[in-house]
Design a protein around this ligand. Structure first.
Ligand code: ADP
Ligand code: MG
Length: 236
């Protein structure tokens, strides 16, 4: 079986589990293992050769970040097969629950497992700190891109990742996470956010990030307040 046969076999037996703006994700089987096939979508409004380049670059970034993370024990799905020109990555299927579901339960539970939630937030902070220590920033570190497996949280969706070490890009990963958590689970996020940042810093000790994050949060709050005062929300 050559590479293309392998790809077609995985695609034809797969069932679609997600259709996003960027990609279609299939759950399939390869050599009797559950695998995820992620295939980037071509957009018709982008010039074809530019689209080819974008798909190629994003798939390359995603697979490189996956390989480097894996080599350094950051929990990510193991890439099994990559076809850059077609924008396809076949990777290990991560069993587990999405972070959203877990937080939903914690938020609605009147007696949330305090230490469970605290450990969860801490482990997410350590995970991101570990990723940043490798010189990788994720680029879309929202709660939807974290899967909670048996051994703790794992990260998926590295299409917007980059090899960078500046404080601003690092703070942005934290900021995106904070916004995505706060929007849906404000009380639990308020309770444990500091723990997440503390565990992040224990891993990477890049204190420049704190100042940048603070700026981003303040700017975000300022925009929200202006919108509120100007009646932006009443017009929706
Ligand atoms: N390796 C994986 N294991 C399990 N589920 C996955 C895996 N990769 C993707 N998924 C599922 O597919 C969804 C979309 O994948 P993702 O890589 O985030 O695509 P997009 O870039 O379009 O957001 C995820 O939210 C998750 O539910
Ligand atoms: Mg995603």
């Amino acid at each position: 079986m050559d590479a293309l046969d392998l790809l077609y076999s995985a695609l034809s037996r797969g069932k679609i589990i997600y259709i996003g703006a960027e990609s279609i994700v299939y759950l399939s089987k390869l050599f009797n293992r559950n695998v995820i096939v992620k295939r980037r979508i071509r957009k018709t409004y982008v010039h074809p050769s530019l689209m080819d380049e974008l798909i190629y670059q994003r798939t390359r970034k995603e697979s490189r970040a996956l390989v480097k993370s894996l080599e350094n024990n950051i929990c990510v799905p193991k890439p099994l097969f990559v076809l850059l020109s077609k924008g396809v990555i076949i990777m290990e299927y991560l069993r587990g629950r999405r972070l959203y579901e877990v937080l939903e339960e914690l938020e609605t539970n009147s007696n949330p497992g305090f230490s469970f939630a605290e450990n969860l937030f801490c482990s997410i902070g350590s995970l991101l700190g570990g990723l940043h220590s490798l010189g990788i920033v994720h680029g879309d570190f929202s709660a939807g891109n974290i899967i909670l497996g048996d051994k703790g949280p794992c990260i998926i969706d590295f299409g917007l990742s980059d090899f960078r070490e500046d404080a601003e890009s690092r703070a942005l990963d934290l900021h995106v996470l904070n916004r995505s958590l706060n929007a849906l689970y404000p009380s639990i996020t308020k309770m444990f956010w500091d723990k997440l940042v503390q565990c992040y810093l224990e891993k990477i000790r890049d204190y420049r990030v704190l100042g940048k994050l603070e700026d981003m949060m303040l700017r975000g709050r300022y925009v929200e307040e202006r919108r509120y005062k100007n009646g932006f929300y009443n017009k929706q």
